[in-house]
Design a protein around this ligand. Structure first.
Ligand SMILES: [Zn+2]
Length: 60
């Protein structure tokens, strides 16, 4: 099974991948992606949860 980055994360649609959005106070970090410019897909979230679970147990 091959997984590409596009399967794990997508460009944020709120900030168009810039991580910043225009607001009344100017450009601020995007809420949707926490300023990263990308949002995790369901697969990405699953993989991250899996990694964290095993990292927390010292399994990896
Ligand atoms: Zn964003």
């Amino acid at each position: 099974m091959q997984i590409s980055m596009d399967d794990l994360e997508l460009q944020c649609w709120d900030c168009k991948g810039t991580g910043k959005v225009e607001s009344d106070e100017g450009r601020v970090p995007c809420d949707k992606c926490n300023g990263t410019g990308v949002v995790l897909t369901a697969l990405g979230q699953t993989l991250l949860a899996f990694m964290q679970k095993h990292l927390n147990h010292g399994g990896l």
